[in-house]
Design a protein around this ligand. Sequence first.
Ligand code: DGL
Length: 271
Amino acid sequence: MKYYFPIGIFDSGIGGLCIAKEIINYMPNERLFYVGDTKNMPYGNKSQHFIRHHSMKIVSFLFQHQCKAIVIACNSIVSNALDIIQEKFSQKTILFNVIDPVIKNKIFFSYNKIGICATHATIRSQYYQNKMKKHFPHLTIITKSIPFLAKIIENGIHTHQLNSLIQESFNSFIKNIDLLLLACTHYLFLKNAINNIFKENIRIIEIQKIVVKDIITTLYNKNLLNTVPIYPIPINNHHIIFYTSDFISPIFYAKVKSIFKNNFIVKQINL
Ligand code: DGL
């Protein structure tokens, strides 16, 4: 596998952009192929069968496009389909995901009651609950799913409406915990708003940082990290390609642009 091949990253929609943004900040020389399955989102209210079927299609797509590593930037997919994705692809490419490096983090030794806020599909899978109990038996874990929150974030919402939704959804939950894990990549967009509303009453774990540190360390150890800009970029290859399975809204496009600047193109694919 060549160091200048792209990193593939995918989510049901825009949630994975929070991870992509961190990748770009800390690994500015990497090429990125991002897939957002906008046609089929939200995944969080779908069956395990649906999530497995569609996520396998996306991983196959990224693998066929020569990605040197693939980042599963969706908790609902990791918790419902990681086993079959690993079975088929772990020998062929390097797989990263947004849960495993987080649930081993030593930060949990400093807390007693953690709140996991995720989609219905993630909570239903018991992936977090089972694994965290193994690593941190002292923890009390409280879970919460908020139906359609990911879809609301994806479609965009006015700040004042968002603030009242956060108050309503998180108020009593946050009173019972001392660390909050936003276990849906879409919810990572709410971090600042939650911090502003609840101030010092809650600490939110920095998932993006933990995940990207894991990616950098592994790629560096395997000699696959681009430490200098690739020049010239191989013909017909763009630095960042944003693949979607459906039309993307102006709000969505603006978010992509604010992260990738003018350095990307959008392509539509069939998923
Ligand atoms: N971003 C996805 C996650 O991390 C879920 C969004 C959805 O429901 O599609 O779980």
